[in-house]
Design a protein around this ligand. Structure first.
Ligand code: DX5
Ligand code: ZN
Length: 219
């Protein structure tokens, strides 16, 4: 079944714990934590203390941490200690890819690599065997609420095809940015199985209906 990972970037930060509980109660499978450093992307969001507090308040949740930062390797241990379940870093970051994958594994977290819209799918192929997940960005990282870029669909298909070819049909493919029930269904048809959605879940009148609709189900 398709997994739904609401991005807390679209939450009301004054009520963050309550809002996270709300989307988990609504059927979300995990919480997507967007970390931005104002350098890798032109925006600053949140960091380790926020994850630490959320993890204390909701210890059973799966924390899907998306690092949009220039030097992810430096921050693997703090995010893992704060409660990250899975850590995604960008192939375009300045950290060594192999060392960063190794550090995430050594910290006991699942490992994912993300590619920005301009990065070809093929660049992630050499790493697929070692990864739990690939995150295909369907917007330029940095801000929530942007329009979905259709170019993500061919990249998802190419990665799914390659994963099957190398005997890793279980590789998760996540898509992030502008995901709503329509664009999400196109991503799933292309081979994605984890949908990140900020606005579509946190800004919905009935979050449970939004999660079900993203999953392709009637509420
Ligand atoms: C963008 C972030 C996304 C974003 C998604 O840099 O990685 O997770 O918050 O937000 P929506 O679903 O509103 O496009
Ligand atoms: Zn994200």
């Amino acid at each position: 079944m398709v997994k739904i990972s609401p991005s807390i970037l679209a939450a009301d930060f004054a009520q963050l714990g309550e809002q996270c509980k709300m989307v988990l109660d609504a059927g979300a499978d995990m919480l997507h934590i967007d970390v931005m450093d104002g350098h890798f992307v032109p925006n600053i969001s949140l960091g380790v203390p926020v994850l630490e507090s959320l993890h204390k308040a909701l210890p059973e949740a799966f924390y899907d941490v998306h690092l949009m930062i220039s030097h992810p390797l430096k921050y693997i241990t703090p995010f893992a200690n704060a409660g990250a379940s899975l850590i995604t870093f960008h192939l375009e970051s300045e950290s060594d890819v192999q060392q960063t994958i190794d550090a995430i594994r050594a910290a006991g977290c699942k490992v994912a690599v993300s590619i920005k819209p301009a990065t070809p799918a093929q660049e992630v192929f050499p790493w697929l065997e070692q990864l739990d997940m690939v995150l295909v960005m369907s917007v330029e990282p940095g801000f929530g609420g942007q329009a979905f870029m259709e170019s993500a669909l061919d990249k998802i298909s190419a990665i799914r095809q390659k994963a099957v070819e190398i005997g890793r049909p279980d590789l998760m493919i996540q898509v992030d940015g502008g995901v709503n029930p329509t664009t999400g269904a196109a991503c799933v048809a292309a081979g994605a199985d984890v949908l990140v959605a900020g606005s579509a879940v946190f800004r919905a009148a009935v979050p449970q209906d939004a999660v079900a609709a993203l999953r392709g189900q009637e509420a």
